[in-house]
Structures are given as structure tokens and as C-alpha cells.
Write a protein that binds this ligand. Structure first.
Ligand SMILES: Cc1cc2nc3c(=O)[nH]c(=O)nc-3n(C[C@H](O)[C@H](O)[C@H](O)COP(=O)(O)O)c2cc1C
Length: 200
């Protein structure tokens, strides 16, 4: 089976985050990796209510679109999560998704998968790095392997945009998103090779 990277768009609109996550996925495809885009803003994912049933049931008992995304993420080799900056943090759509994955952590279902992050803000320095840090923390708490953008060599894809299509003119943002895509692809492929040799 070919390796697969899932791109998760945490914005409610068809805008800058979707564009940059798609740009990163296109780079992954050039490396021979299958990709799929999941747009959380088009789905119904309720927030975690801390019922704690995931402790016994080993699943999230709230029945909505979350389960569909969880299945895709469990099967993927890598995940690229993108979020707009909302008040210096991730969107509520993305936070709801992240919190609902608590049971996956208990099962170590995402352990050793590769993760990268992209963020877009209406200001050039509007909190993108905080958002990326929040996504990285999510990956680390799941035991994942965190990668940033190669070549530009920072935290991941960092874009600017206020109106929906602004990021399409943001050359720096596009470059960092593509560099992230290529980097995550190369790490996924290297891990595949290493695992096939060591049978782990
Ligand atoms: C509720 C809300 C809060 C926002 N807070 C910030 C912020 O703290 N910093 C920033 O740079 N932009 C902020 N923005 C602007 C968005 O990050 C920006 O419009 C971004 O391009 C949206 O991405 P999208 O096109 O993928 O939806 C905020 C927008 C909204 C709706």
C-alpha cells in the first residue's frame, strides 16, 4: 500500500488555510504519496463534553462526523493540520476535533505518525507561530513525530491573508507550505523504508 498523508483544514471557509494545506499536499503527491483533504469546516464535529466514556468504551461516544475523520487519521502515515489564527489560537472547529481524539491517545493510535502544521493570520505577525505550537503540542501529546518546513527551516507553513484568496498572493507563505509538504513527505518515505527493513 502506498503511503498516505491527510491534510486537515481547520477553517470554516474555502479560503487561505485550505489553499495552503492543498499546496503542501501537492508537494507530497510529487513524491509519490497519496493524499486526501479533509475540511473540518464543512463537517459537524461537536466539542468534547468530558463525559469520560472514552476511558471505558475506547471510542468517542458522540456520534457525528468526527468518526469519519478519525478513521482516516488512524490509517494515515502523516498528517498536515492547518488552521487560521483566531485570537492567537486555533479555530474552534479544529480544537473540537483535537479534543475528541483523546481516546486515540489511550490506544497510542497516532504514535510515530509524522505531523506538520500550517497557520494563516490576517496580520503577518498575528499569532501564526502560537497556532503552530498548539498543533505541535497536539502531535507531541499523541507521541507523533513533528516536522517543520525544509529549506526555509522554521516551524511549518506560515501564511498571511484576510480575504479568502489573499494567501494565493503570499509568496512567502506558499513557499513555507510547500517546503513543509516536501519535508513531511521525505520523512514519511524514510520511515516506510526503515520500517520495512526492520519489520517494525
Ligand atoms: C474570530 C476571528 C479571530 C481572528 N483572530 C486573528 C488573530 O488573532 N490574528 C490574526 O492574524 N488574524 C486573526 N483573524 C483573521 C484570520 O486569521 C484570517 O482572516 C485568515 O485568513 C482566515 O483564514 P481562512 O481564509 O482559511 O478562513 C481572525 C479571524 C476571525 C474570524
Amino acid at each position: 500500500m502506498r503511503p498516505k498523508i491527510i491534510g486537515i483544514v481547520g477553517s470554516p471557509r474555502d479560503g487561505n488555510t485550505k489553499f495552503l494545506v492543498s499546496s503542501a499536499l501537492k508537494e507530497c503527491e510529487k513524491s509519490g504519496i497519496d493524499t486526501e483533504l479533509v475540511h473540518l469546516g464543512k463537517m459537524k464535529i461537536s466539542p468534547c463534553i468530558c463525559c469520560d466514556k472514552c476511558r471505558d468504551e475506547e471510542c468517542c461516544v458522540i456520534d457525528d462526523d468526527f468518526q469519519k475523520v478519525a478513521e482516516k487519521v488512524i490509517k494515515a502515515d502523516g498528517i498536515i493540520i492547518g488552521s487560521p489564527v483566531y485570537f492567537g489560537g486555533v479555530s474552534s472547529q479544529l480544537k473540537a476535533f483535537m479534543d475528541r481524539t483523546r481516546y486515540l491517545r489511550r490506544k497510542e493510535a497516532l504514535k510515530d505518525k509524522v505531523g506538520g502544521a500550517i497557520s494563516v493570520g490576517g496580520s503577518r505577525n498575528g499569532g501564526q507561530e502560537y497556532v503552530i505550537n498548539q498543533i505541535h503540542n497536539f502531535y507531541l501529546i499523541h507521541g507523533m513525530i513533528v516536522v517543520g518546513d525544509e529549506k526555509t527551516m522554521h516551524f511549518g507553513g506560515i501564511g498571511w491573508g484576510r480575504k479568502e484568496k489573499d494567501a494565493e498572493k503570499d509568496e512567502i507563505g506558499i513557499e513555507t507550505a510547500k517546503n513543509l509538504g516536501r519535508h513531511i513527505a521525505s520523512v514519511v518515505l524514510k520511515l516506510r523504508t526503515a520500517r520495512s527493513h526492520s519489520h517494525i
